[in-house]
Design a protein around this ligand. Structure first.
Ligand code: ATP
Length: 486
């Protein structure tokens, strides 16, 4: 295949098809951790969310089959997890309110995904029980907790009854959009609790609150957000939300203020050992759905690494990739904000349609940048960890780790497996195919790739940087694999 042919190759574009999502609004905020430390992975820098803007008439989805099994541990030891009571093959099986079923169909959700099938019967059962639920990125966790909030609230009561906390304003906005669409045929209201969305005169009477912990905490403290009727608390990206080095403190404070019998739901693609014990304290007697370590990687995401001569050579390799391939849309993750800006200006000068997004941009700019990317106006988003978690843009077909995410300092730095999984999980959404390419440029980064392979039990295949024909072959072969039903 020639480079010319490659210009006609849209990475996995033909495998991208989805529910006809309506465009969502989005915003940004929270710059929680700094991303300028040389070795420490920048944690949530902000993020950007919202649903993909899809064409009106989509092709039938060609999605990959999912072979993973979720491991269900019921808090009630006597119960049989294989009982049909604990698994719903259809949304109708769940006894959902007809208006919610209508909402699901309007979103083109025809049947539950594996996590929805296993989690929803437990989430909706009475009396309400806590839940700790893990499932890979892009497998539909949002719908599972959104349906729970929508099913638990009483529509007649104009008071906050469910709170969903997310690590960034962008993800909160995205989730609000999902809840609004799912609940569009009900009279419920949602409120987005993020910076600048409220003032002292605000009196929240919406039933479902979605927000970032700092703002939710503030609103409760200033008594604009009444909490006496709260029945459900959701922590999306729960491991991040409970991280005591970051958001954990605020999350804990909110939890303590809520009524003691609040149904507490923790969702994430990753629950590293260090948070497992704490999650069980945070959500006592929870039903648990966990993945095995070797099931953490999403099958449809093919993972590669490219050995660049040195740090500067990484840019040349990057440029070659974009010169050779017409990539649908892609995200490049860097460690430092400066690197993201620098790559963006160099790529723009080289004729590519790119934008950089990170925590030191002001919120208005960040909104415009993510909107532009979501709408396909910019093809490449260059970022730090700002959109590493939760953001669902189904047309993203390639993720490049320009810098491999690491944790720890200096010679003790090692690959940050969780951040890696969340980053690469921005592609390959809901059974689609995607490609992740990791750049290495020295012995340390080579070691980090080995660590990722070991931690995740996956193969991260080497692609030679000089041999673009081989790269074309490898990339093309994985894009041309026909998908099946997820
Ligand atoms: N039952 C379903 N049928 C069709 N599409 C679905 C279904 N459930 C979810 N989706 C779609 O799958 C995509 C991924 O879902 P979602 O964002 O909830 O994944 P997630 O598991 O929360 O991922 P992450 O771990 O990255 O946050 C979304 O575009 C969503 O609309």
């Amino acid at each position: 295949m020639s480079a010319e042919d490659l210009t006609n190759l849209k990475i996995s574009d033909d495998s991208v098809a989805t529910p006809a999502d309506t465009p969502a609004e989005q915003e940004n905020d929270v710059a929680i951790k700094d991303d300028t430390s040389p070795t420490e992975t920048p944690a949530v820098d902000g993020a950007d969310g919202a649903e993909a803007k899809m064409g009106e008439e989509e092709e039938e989805p060609r999605l990959l089959a999912s072979s993973f099994e979720v491991n269900v541990t019921l808090a009630d030891q006597q119960a049989n997890p294989d009982s049909p009571l604990y698994s719903a093959k259809t949304f109708e099986d769940l006894g959902l309110h007809p208006s919610l079923l209508k909402g699901l169909y309007a979103m083109k959700f025809s049947k539950p995904s594996k996590i929805q099938e296993k989690a929803l019967p437990l989430l909706l059962a009475n009396p309400p029980m806590n839940m700790i639920a893990q499932s890979q990125s892009g497998t539909g966790k949002t719908a599972a907790f959104s349906l729970t909030m929508l099913s638990r609230i009483s529509y007649d009561l104009q008071q906050p009854q469910a709170i969903c906390l997310a690590p960034s304003r962008e993800l909160a906005r995205q989730t609000q959009d999902v809840v609004n669409r799912m609940g569009q045929f009900t009279p419920m209201k949602t409120f987005l609790a993020v910076k600048e969305s409220w003032n002292r005169d605000t009196r929240v009477d919406a039933q479902i609150i979605i927000g970032t912990p700092g703002t939710v905490m503030d609103m409760i403290a200033k008594r604009v957000l009444p909490i006496k009727d709260i029945k459900v608390l959701v922590l999306d990206e729960a491991d991040e939300m409970m991280d005591l080095q970051g958001l954990g403190d605020q999350t804990m404070r909110i939890r303590k203020m809520l009524p003691p019998n609040t149904q507490t739901l923790l969702f994430s693609a990753t629950f590293p050992d260090k948070v497992v014990a704490f999650s069980q304290k945070f959500a006592p007697n929870a039903n648990q759905i966990r993945l095995k370590q070797e099931e953490l990687s999403v099958e449809g995401i093919k993972q590669f690494f490219m050995d660049c001569a040195d740090n500067e050579a990484k840019y040349d390799v990057l440029l070659e990739i974009y010169n050779l391939l017409t990539v649908g849309q892609s995200i490049i993750f860097c460690r430092k904000r400066d690197t993201a800006d620098e790559i963006a200006s160099r790529m723009t000068a080289d004729g590519h349609s790119v934008a950089s997004l990170h925590g030191s941009k002001d919120t208005g700019d960040r909104d415009a940048i993510i909107d532009g990317f979501r709408e396909g106006k910019t093809k490449v988003l260059i970022t730090t960890n700002v959109i590493a978690r939760g953001i669902d843009i189904s047309q993203v077909t390639m993720v490049i780790n320009y810098d491999i995410p690491t944790t720890g300092f200096g010679s003790r730095a090692r690959a940050d497996t969780e951040t890696y999984l969340h980053r690469v999980g921005r592609t390959g959404r809901f059974g689609r195919q995607g490609v992740a390419i990791n750049f290495i440029s020295d012995a340390d980064s080579y070691r980090w790739v080995q660590e990722l392979q070991q931690d995740l039990g996956v193969e991260i295949t080497a692609v030679k940087t000089q041999d673009y024909e081989e790269m074309e072959k490898v990339l093309f072969s994985c894009h041309s694999t026909p998908g099946r039903t997820f």
